[in-house]
Design a protein around this ligand. Structure first.
Ligand SMILES: Cc1cc2nc3c(=O)[nH]c(=O)nc-3n(C[C@H](O)[C@H](O)[C@H](O)COP(=O)(O)O)c2cc1C
Length: 370
C-alpha cells in the first residue's frame, strides 16, 4: 500500500513538503491509544531480538536515526511502528532555522537522499519542555536518545559551552546522549573530530554527566582510518559508551543520478562505506566501546552484515522514506525467520552464521538480492 499509493503521492512533492505532510498526519499517533493500536499492528515480539547496550535494554536492534524527528514531535508514531530506540535531534542550544530551502533532494535511482538541512532546531529548551510532556504521557517507551550539535552562530572555540548547555538540559530526560561532530552541513563542525578539540569536548561533557548517562559519539564516514584511531582513543580515554557510525558522506562515488547539490549523501550508496568503517572501528576498539551501525540499512541482511561487522544495533533513516512504515516490522520478521531456519539462539549467532555462509557466495556483496 505504501509503495503503490502513499509513496507516489509523497514523491510528487518536494521532499520537505512531503516530510511536513507526514509530520502533520503522524501527530495523530501522539494520542496514546492510536500509538497503542499501531504498536499492536507493527510490533514483533521475540526475546531473541532484544539487545542490552550500555546498561540499557532495547526491545529490538533497529532504531530511528537522528534527523527525522529533530524536535520530538512524533514519538507516538515511532513507538507505534516498533522502533527499538528513537534518536531525537540534532538539537542545538539555540533555536535556529537551518539552511534555506530546498535542502533535501531525492536520488530515486540510487535509493538515496542528499541533505543540507544545517540543523533546523527549536532549540534545547523547547525539546526539554516537550520531553517532559512525553515522559508524563507514556508509561512505556523504548530508549530515547538526544543527539546534540553546535549552534551555527557559536564559534568553534566556544563549542564546548554550547554543547554543555544542551547536554545539561536534556541528559536528565533521555536514556542516552549522542554528540554529533560529523554533520557536513554546519561549517567547521567536523573539526571537532580532531583529537585535541574532541578530547576537550568529551571531557567537559563527562564532567557534567552527573547521572552517568551513556554518551555516544557519531562519526563521519569520510574520516581516514588514522583519524578514526584518534577518535577512538579520545572516546576510550573519556569513558564514552560508544560510537555511532556513520553520518552522511560528502563523497559522490558511484551515483547514477545526475545531481550536483551539496550536502550529505545517505541511503544505499553509503552502505558499503559505513560497513567498512564499522569493521575497522570494531577491529580497533577491542570491545571497549559499544557500536551502533547506520548507513544504507534497508533489509534484515544489512542488519546481519552490520552486526557481523561489530555493531550491537543499527539505525535507519533513508530506507524508511523509500520503503515506508512497515520497514521495521519487515526487517524484524526477516531476522526472526532467519534465526528460526538456522536455529540461532541470538542475533549475534545469526550474524556470525550469515557472515560464514555468505563468505563463499556473492550474497555478501553490497548488491545482495532483496
Ligand atoms: C534529511 C536528513 C537529515 C539528517 N539529519 C541529521 C541530524 O540532524 N543529525 C545527525 O546526526 N544525523 C542526521 N542525518 C544522518 C542520519 O542520521 C544517518 O546517519 C544517515 O542518513 C545514514 O543513514 P541512512 O542511510 O539510513 O539514512 C540526517 C539524514 C538525512 C537524510
Amino acid at each position: 500500500m505504501y509503495k503503490q499509493l502513499v509513496r507516489p503521492l509523497f514523491f510528487s512533492m518536494q521532499p520537505e513538503t512531503a516530510h511536513d505532510l507526514m509530520r502533520s498526519v503522524g501527530r495523530v499517533a501522539n494520542i496514546p491509544s492510536v500509538s497503542g493500536a499501531l504498536l499492536a499492528a507493527f510490533q514483533v515480539r521475540d526475546p531473541r531480538l532484544e539487545v542490552n547496550v550500555a546498561g540499557l535494554r532495547f526491545p529490538n536492534p533497529i532504531g530511528l536515526a537522528a534527523g527525522l524527528d529533530k524536535n520530538a514531535e512524533l514519538i507516538g508514531l515511532w513507538r507505534g511502528l516498533g522502533f527499538g530506540h528513537i534518536e531525537l535531534g540534532t538539537v542545538t542550544a539555540r533555536p535556529q532555522p537551518g539552511n534555506p530551502k530546498p535542502r533535501i533532494f531525492r536520488l530515486a535511482a540510487d535509493q538515496a537522499l542528499i541533505n543540507r538541512m544545517g540543523f533546523p532546531s527549536e532549540g534545547a529548551e523547547a525539546l526539554e519542555l516537550r520531553l517532559r510532556g512525553i515522559r508524563s504521557r507514556y508509561r512505556q517507551l523504548p530508549p530515547i536518545g538526544a543527539n546534540i550539535g553546535k549552534s551555527k552562530v557559536t564559534e568553534i572555540d566556544h563549542a564546548i559551552e554550547d554543547y554543555l548547555y544542551s547536554f545539561t538540559r536534556l541528559a536528565p530526560l533521555v536514556d542516552y546522549v549522542t554528540v554529533n561532530v560529523s554533520s557536513p552541513n554546519t561549517p567547521g563542525l567536523r573539526q571537532l573530530q580532531e583529537r585535541d578539540r574532541l578530547s576537550a569536548l568529551l571531557q567537559a561533557l563527562q564532567s557534567a554527566n552527573r547521572d552517568r548517562k551513556p554518551i555516544f559519539v557519531k562519526v563521519a564516514p569520510d574520516l581516514s582510518f588514522p583519524a578514526i584511531d584518534e577518535v577512538l582513543q579520545c572516546c576510550v580515554e573519556t569513558g564514552m559508551a560508544g560510537i555511532i557510525a556513520t553520518n552522511t558522506t560528502i563523497s559522490r562515488e558511484g551515483l547514477r543520478s545526475p545531481i550536483e547539490e551539496s550536502g550529505g549523501l545517505s541511503g544505499a550508496p553509503l552502505r558499503a562505506r559505513a560497513l567498512d568503517v564499522m569493521r575497522y572501528i570494531s577491529s580497533q576498539s577491542g570491545g571497549r566501546l559499544e557500536l551502533i551501525g547506520v548507513g544504507g540499512i534497508t533489509s534484515y541482511q544489512d542488519v546481519l552484515n552490520m552486526i557481523a561487522a561489530g555493531a550491537s544495533m543499527v539505525q535507519i533513516y533513508t530506507a524508511l522514506i523509500y520503503e515506508g512504515p512497515g520497514l521495521v516490522r519487515a526487517i524484524e520478521r526477516g531476522l526472526c525467520a532467519y534465526m528460526e531456519q538456522y536455529r540461532c539462539a541470538s542475533l549475534r549467532e545469526a550474524a556470525m552464521l550469515w557472515s560464514e555462509r555468505s563468505e563463499d557466495t556473492a550474497e555478501r556483496s553490497v548488491g545482495v538480492a532483496r
